[in-house]
Design a binder for this molecule. Structure first.
Ligand code: ADP
Ligand code: MG
Length: 307
């Protein structure tokens, strides 16, 4: 459905995209996960034919970006773009016309899209009277009005409160049943983990890791992670090494990777003689995988500098 191949883009300040490749299959929700400035919006702008890459190609249904492919795509931009003084229905009507949706089909599409985003009862409300979450949902309805095959969501929940964020997640989840392909960007780990079948981890315009959660989990070859707090960190780390546990520092927390599942009493016995003030067992979630990917990237780079 979407294939991004070796994209490179340099602005005056430096490289925004550095040989970026990924592909999204039909019906999939793909998450491009990366911190601010990692190149997510730049990627979207190139896919949408708003920006030209220096090198590399984009194919949407095997075709390069063009006015024609534009009509296959719906975009919810990072900054909500709705006409504040128009009603919800008027906003949709305007954008439908832009895409050549007219007559009876237009009326039906406006109604269907308002329903899809839970705004059917707000059809005649002026956009600026809606909450931030509702405006974002209106923006999503606008993106869907011409029945695109590919929906692009640029940080769909940025700036929303928790409740609105949950509503948006539910909406995105529902899209899956409509067999629409979604590319979403986010800097939120839980958002990516919750919604996406495939995740690409982006840093400074480069994809450092990619895969389904099951595939990404291989970055941490362990059964479980334990976080501990202790006044005798060096002793705890030395003991862990004897036991064959890998250790990491996550911020100011010390973590050990358990190579097999262990009973709590077995873990405590393993650290016998070392006072632990705190211990918490953690599943291997995207947060730890993300930290590992970043950790290995740093190690790799400092290794390259030394070598
Ligand atoms: P993200 O969406 O992941 O936050 P962006 O794609 O917006 O990242 O930006 C990637 C990098 O490119 C950043 O360093 C940003 O400052 C730079 N950048 C983005 N747009 C422009 C622009 N129009 N002119 C110059 N630099 C830009
Ligand atoms: Mg952005």
């Amino acid at each position: 459905m979407l294939k991004v191949d070796h994209l490179t883009k340099t602005y005056n300040q430096g490289k925004a995209l550095d040989d970026l490749s990924f592909s999204v299959s039909a019906g999939q929700i793909y998450g491009l996960l990366g911190p601010n400035g990692s190149g997510k919006t730049t990627t979207i702008n190139i896919i949408c034919n708003l920006l030209a890459a220096d090198r590399g190609t984009v194919l949407i249904n095997q075709e390069p970006p063009s006015p024609k492919t534009k009509s296959w795509i719906g975009v919810v931009p990072q900054e909500t773009l709705v006409y504040r003084y128009l009603t919800c229905a008027e906003n949709l009507s305007f954008f439908a016309s832009l895409y050549g949706v007219r007559g009876k089909r237009k009326v039906a599409r406006i109604q269907a899209c308002l329903e899809a985003v839970g705004l059917a009862d707000r059809a005649d409300s002026v956009a600026e009277t809606l909450s931030g979450g509702m405006q974002r949902r209106l923006s999503m309805a606008i993106a869907l009005v011409h029945q695109p095959q590919l929906l692009i969501l640029d940080e769909p929940t940025a700036g929303l409160d928790l409740e609105a964020r949950y509503e948006m997640w539910e909406l995105i989840h529902e899209l899956k049943s409509q067999n629409i392909t979604v590319l979403l960007t986010t800097h939120l780990l839980d958002e990516a983990e919750r919604l996406c079948q495939k995740i690409g981890i982006l840093k400074q315009g480069r994809l450092l890791a990619e895969g389904s959660m099951a595939e990404l989990r291989r970055w941490i070859p362990a059964e479980e992670i334990i976080l501990v707090k202790t006044d005798q960190e060096a002793a705890a780390i030395a003991r862990a090494q004897e036991l064959g546990f890998t250790h990491r520092h996550y911020g100011n927390e010390l973590a050990f990777w358990l190579p097999r599942s262990m009973e709590l009493k077995e873990i405590l016995a393993a650290f016998d003689g070392i006072p632990l003030n705190f211990i918490s067992r953690q599943p291997i979630c995207l947060e730890y995988i993300y930290l590992e990917v970043m950790h290995r990237d740093r190690t790799f780079r400092s290794g390259k500098q030394l070598g």
